[in-house]
Ligand binder design. Structure first.
Ligand code: AMP
Length: 279
């Protein structure tokens, strides 16, 4: 396994692999790898001749009052995990490799980037789509892997790749959870013992929604109301609870096949998200 820091070097290596007709899988991450990331990596290793994992805490997707500085960085452990899973290259650029002085070009997916999480994280998805475009340009991957955990991000990237004719397939992998249902996230380490318990309300409320749908409730208003009622706690604050169409992320009145139930909740100072797709 090689660790590459420069965009030019990873470009040159990837180009050579493509000339040899090798397939490349790309797994973009911000590091602090957990089993969620590892499921993406394992799928990429299974499906491609070569796998690149990018590890980059992307400053462009953090707001000025967000946790960019404190975001967990565990490079040595990440390297060990990637090596043990059969990754071929870790691409680990420095911020000024990706955003040199005079950088002024951004990629935005209109509409989808202004709803749900974007309301409390303005500019976040512009940062995501810009960095992912840069990664796609450096690494001509056949398949790029993203997690359902960040469903809005995955849908936006799918749309971006389609709209801009990017020659890469986007594969969305299921959310990996702790045994009690909490979705794995690098940010879970911010939670203290009490907050970790409170954080279960995300999964519980999604489970409640699924139960209601199974029992025949189809009015989304009723489901959202029931979800909001069980999300309680001294230190718990709802950012949003929404049931949306999976193509345009617009709220719907009645449950449809494939619609998304998504929520974001503040547990103390930590903002957590989760979702399910109604099958
Ligand atoms: P991040 O490092 O948080 O930017 O995540 C990198 C990729 O891993 C994204 O595509 C995430 O959606 C995905 N991911 C994060 N957590 C999970 C999880 N619990 N299950 C599956 N995928 C995940």
């Amino acid at each position: 396994m090689k660790i590459i820091r420069s965009p030019q070097t990873i470009s040159a290596i990837s180009k050579k692999l493509k000339l040899k007709k090798k397939t490349i899988g790309l797994v973009p991450t911000m590091g602090a790898l957990h089993k969620g990331h590892l499921s993406l990596i394992s799928e990429a290793v299974r499906e491609n001749d070569f796998v690149v994992v990018s590890i980059f805490v992307n400053p462009a997707q953090f707001g000025p009052r967000e946790d960019f500085k404190r975001y967990p960085r565990m490079v040595n452990k990440d390297i060990m995990l990637c090596r043990s899973r059969g990754v071929d290259f870790i691409f680990m650029p420095k911020p000024d490799h990706m955003y040199p002085k005079m950088f002024t070009t951004y990629v935005t997916v209109e509409g989808l980037s202004n709803v749900l999480c974007a309301k409390s994280r303005p500019g976040h998805f512009r940062g995501v789509t810009t960095v992912v475009t840069k990664l796609f340009n450096c690494i001509p991957a056949d398949i790029a892997y993203f997690g359902q955990k960040d469903i809005q991000q995955a849908i936006i990237i799918k749309r971006m790749a389609k709209d801009l004719n990017m020659p890469v397939a986007i594969k969305i992998m299921p959310t990996i959870r702790e045994s009690d249902g909490l979705a794995l996230s690098s940010r879970n380490i911010y939670l203290n013992v009490k907050e970790r318990k409170d954080a279960l309300v995300l999964f519980k409320s999604l489970k409640l929604a699924k139960g209601l749908i199974k029992s025949g409730v189809s009015e989304t208003g009723k489901i959202i109301h029931a979800m909001r009622r069980i999300i309680r706690g001294k230190n718990v604050r709802i950012d949003y609870v929404a049931i949306v169409d999976s193509d345009n992320l617009i709220p719907i009145q009645k449950i449809t096949k494939g619609c998304i139930i998504a929520l974001a909740v503040w547990i103390g100072k930590t903002r957590l998200i989760d979702n399910v797709i109604v099958r």
